[in-house]
Design a protein around this ligand. Sequence first.
Ligand SMILES: Nc1ncnc2c1ncn2[C@@H]1O[C@H](COP(=O)(O)OP(=O)(O)OP(=O)(O)O)[C@@H](O)[C@H]1O
Length: 336
Amino acid sequence: MTAPDGPEPVLEVRGLRVGFDVPGGRLPAVDGVDLTLRRGEILALVGESGSGKSALSMSLVGLNRGPRTHVSGSVSFRGRELVGASERELRKVRGKDVTVVFQDALAALNPLHRAGAQIAETIRAHGDVTRATAAGRAVELLGEVGIAGPARAARAYPHQLSGGMRQRVMIAMGLANDPAVLIADEPTTALDVTIQAQVLALLKRVQREHGTSVLLITHDLGVVAEVADRVAVMYAGRIVEQGTRDEVLFHPQHPYTMGLLGSVPPLDGPVPARLPAIEGSPPTGIERPTGCGFRPRCAFAHDACGVRPVLRRRHGATDHLDACVLTEKTRAGVGG
Ligand SMILES: Nc1ncnc2c1ncn2[C@@H]1O[C@H](COP(=O)(O)OP(=O)(O)OP(=O)(O)O)[C@@H](O)[C@H]1O
């Protein structure tokens, strides 16, 4: 468990906003996010599709820059500001200190280069090593991420590898320079259940053995339950709840988190034909509700929800924050 005064922060996000220019205005994909990733923890960022998880994670290392993308606020990696940093500075950080593993390994890997060569290139881009040393290290890394026959996998082209193998190649590449932070964006979504479990176990081992901090982006609460130390729940561009895995999963405070948990298939027993879903859908356009973004879908909506809520600590909880203006007592009165 991680207390607020636990391991030091490696990545501190403050007031982060990401807006995309779209026909008719600016879409607030990330709308003022504060988030702290501490050394050696796995922090899961969860939320429905479109809640802004990818926009947030990409903007951490300047991967979504462009004339129609507006990023403001602060992202500090061990005291170094990354928002507004030059492309040259960011390149030094990416692939070395803060690396990103994407969901779609096939799209992220270069189809024309062998897997081992791609890993070796990442090593050589950030360190003064010979080609032969980098190639040898690439094979070692493939072995470390659990590929049997790593030398053969190193010689393969991405399309010759299975989905699970490609995802491991991506993770090996992400680990090549022993990063402080690994950002994994839905790393197991495309994989079948057995391979998914193996990749999650791998992330856990990396965290334990290398002290790597992992920001794990997922919409899958089963994945969260499996590996996360802490959880941040995102809705319509904002963090609505954050805390240790057990606090968030077993004592959710925000009605959105409660709804998400209600939508999860039971761990034992038959899965119902239709899972209960949260009524309605998240806002996707440029217009956002005033005050709490979840208000239009919330069973407890109240006049008080018209003001923008801030994340605050629950009474008595050390590391559990939520952005619902209502207390448990009020909610019991309104919707209960
Ligand atoms: N380049 C872009 N231009 C315009 N709008 C975008 C762009 N990228 C993302 N968006 C919009 O920003 C919002 C947040 O998208 P984002 O991909 O970050 O959500 P997500 O939570 O990662 O969803 P998913 O789980 O489906 O990947 C969405 O409404 C999306 O349509």
